[in-house]
Write a protein of this length. Structure first.
Lengths: 260, 238
């Protein structure tokens, strides 16, 4: 396989233990450019541990993660220097946190939150940074009248949209999302999901989305991984896993959705 | 080894077997079909027939990779390649669905709050058709299916059953899929709209599409079907 067909991210036999406790065990998968992978499971199933490991935030106990960079091809994410990894995370990757406070700088304006990521990769032209910030705030459907306001004055949904703009402004190829919609009202959720879907689709960004909400993965993800007790118990095409679940736990999960 | 299909075969189910094991209901196993082999050729409309519960929908869903067969292969002619949906990576299956394999289910399942016209336009813009042209084609088809333009700006959630079904049909027929899988697309339609859909299916066959369908209405079957495949419902617990 060559070019865009080659996987962007290769995870092999990844395990993480917290002392004697298991986080996740023997996880392997490939993520292709533009592909959205959903990871579902109950609290404590290891999904957030897995996300932290593959996004460079938590060194796994064993296993490897290889990322295909634009310039030099595949690199070992934990084999590179800390500085290089941080640069990668600022430029090629994005991370959208469940709690916007973890992903935003609450003491600077909305516009600066978006502009800051550009400055971090070397953009020094104020006019250009401002224009890009405005463009991205529009793309996430934010009221431009609020560009100079602090994120602390925003609603949860607006903070989440700001976080998305802040991440996408550097045109990342890979974005990690941890429960991106779970703290929000259902009405806000639907719009945010549609927005994420549209942006991710039109920009061809690969995504790893962790959630406990099967509705979110049905809308967003192409591929689904179901975790239980640190293990991946089922993995496949999203609609196939949800409509024809094979594993007892997945069957239980799917049959437990409350009808509206 | 790359599987080989006759030049005019678009889709082949090969020794396909499907069963369900209900782990949370005492591990009951339901065998739907086994050792099922069939070819669908360019320009033909194959009708799946058989009593209710015989596994017609399960077969159709297996052909779409929405259900996971226990064994066998689903070979699809995708451009110049042959792809086995039973072993292909998810991203490959999605590529095949985007360009080659269209599916109309009995129920509309879409993102909430997206306007009808956008839903029908999206499959075209997703594959690179100019947005203006895509909207025009979507509008033409919606009009042909008698969805009044006043409704195009609304999401279909509040539409009647028949209207939702026509939106569903439009979302698939807006592009010229080489293979179409249709699960009772005319079930909740009135007579006029039923014939419009029948016309659409006949036109698809005429341009060379391979169609597999389930139709309860005998008149529709007679109008579009070129061949039928009978599932006898071998539902014995093993």
């Amino acid at each position: 396989m060559t070019g865009e067909r080659a996987p962007l991210l290769k995870v092999r036999d990844l395990s993480h233990r917290y002392g004697r406790n298991l986080g996740c065990r023997d996880v392997s998968f490939d993520l292709h450019p533009g592909e959205v992978l959903g990871i579902v499971g109950e609290s404590g199933s290891g999904k957030t541990t897995l996300l932290k490991c593959v996004s460079g935030q938590l060194q796994p106990t064993t296993g490897s993660i290889s990322y295909r960079t634009r310039d030099v091809g595949p690199v070992d994410v934990y084999g590179m220097s800390e500085a290089r990894r941080r640069l990668l995370m600022r430029t090629d990757w994005g991370i959208v946190y469940q709690n916007a406070r973890d992903g935003l700088r609450m003491k600077v304006s909305a516009g600066a939150n978006v502009g800051e990521r550009l400055m971090a990769i070397g953009d020094r032209h104020y006019g250009h940074i401002r224009a890009e910030a405005v463009d991205w705030l529009e793309r996430v459907e934010m009221d431009l009248g609020r560009i100079d306001d602090l994120p602390a004055t925003f609603s949860g949904g607006m903070q989440q949209r700001l976080q998305i703009a802040r991440n996408l402004v550097t045109k990342p190829r890979l974005v990690f999302m941890d429960e991106p919609t779970s703290g929000l009202d259902v009405s806000v959720q639907a719009r945010l999901l549609d927005l994420i879907r549209g942006l991710v689709g039109s920009l061809g960004i690969a995504c790893v989305v962790v959630t406990h909400d099967l509705g979110v993965v049905r809308l967003l993800s192409h591929r689904l991984m179901v975790m239980k007790g640190g293990d991946v118990v089922e993995h496949g095409l999203t609609d196939q896993v949800l409509d024809d679940p094979q594993h007892p736990y997945t069957q239980l999960l799917v049959s437990s959705i409350l009808p509206v | 080894m790359t599987p080989i299909l006759d030049a005019d075969v678009m889709l082949r189910a090969e020794r396909l077997a499907k069963s369900f094991v209900l782990h949370n209901q005492g591990g009951v196993r339901i065998d739907v079909f086994a050792d099922l082999t069939l070819d669908v050729r360019r320009g033909e409309c194959l009708i799946l027939s058989g009593p209710s519960g015989a596994g017609k929908s399960s077969l159709l869903r297996s052909l779409y990779a929405n259900y996971k067969p226990q064994s066998g292969a689903v070979l699809v002619r995708h451009g110049t390649e042959i792809v086995d949906l039973c072993t292909a990576e998810p991203y490959r299956i999605l590529e095949v669905r985007r360009r080659t394999l269209g599916y109309v289910s009995q129920f509309l399942r879409v993102i909430p709050r997206v306007p009808t016209l956008d839903l029908v336009t999206a499959p075209l813009t997703d594959r690179g058709v100019d947005p203006d042209e895509a909207r025009e084609r979507a509008g033409t088809l919606l009009a042909r299916l008698r969805i009044p333009p006043a409704l195009w700006r609304l999401p279909p959630a509040t539409f009647s059953g028949g209207e939702q079904q026509r939106v569903n049909i439009a979302m698939t027929f807006v592009q010229d899929y080489p293979i179409l899988l249709l699960d009772e697309p005319t079930a909740s339609l009135d007579v006029e709209n039923r014939w419009t859909v029948t016309d659409l299916i006949a036109e698809a066959c005429k341009r060379g599409a391979a169609v597999v369908g389930i139709f309860h209405d005998a008149e529709v079957r007679a109008a579009v079907g070129t061949r039928s495949y009978d599932l006898d419902g071998g539902r014995q617990a093993a």
